[in-house]
Design a protein around this ligand. Structure first.
Ligand code: NI
Length: 141
């Protein structure tokens, strides 16, 4: 059976701030620039979740994308959409909410909830049209 990767896209809007508590305002500004603005700023995030698996001969699908959509919604989007990532999302607590860390946290949130017939291949997270990251999972996963 051929193995195929399929991707489901989600959109959400969130506020955040990139900073370290243990640095002064000046140090934060030096390293993180405008991203450290104490009064927060927002992004229109795009999240692509790619799963990989065999094509089911009966349905022609790798996975029902409605199911993938639901997992991403329940495990990620419902928690972060129109929220402050620093203050309102328990699973990001204690994390510097860079796009990198956010993508890794999203991976951990969804990997255990996907149908058993697929394997999570990639989390792509776009913060701005110019800035995005991808995470392919821990080494050897
Ligand atoms: Ni930002």
């Amino acid at each position: 059976m051929p193995t195929v990767r399929v991707t489901r896209r989600a959109h959400f809007c969130s506020a955040h701030r990139i900073y370290r508590d243990d640095w002064s305002q000046e140090e934060n500004r030096e390293v993180f620039g405008d991203c450290s603005n104490p009064n927060w700023h927002g992004h229109n995030y795009i999240l692509d979740v790619t799963v990989e698996g065999p094509v089911d001969p009966e349905t022609g699908y790798v996975a029902d994308l409605k199911v993938i959509k639901q997992v991403v919604k329940e495990r990620v989007v419902d928690d972060v959409d129109h929220r402050n990532l620093n203050l309102e999302v328990p699973w990001l607590e204690g994390t510097i909410v860079s796009t990198e860390n956010f993508a890794v946290a999203i991976w951990e949130r969804i990997r255990g909830s996907l149908p058993s017939t697929v394997r999570l291949h990639r989390v792509f997270l776009q913060e701005t049209p110019n800035n995005s990251v991808e995470y392919l999972g821990p080494e050897g996963d």
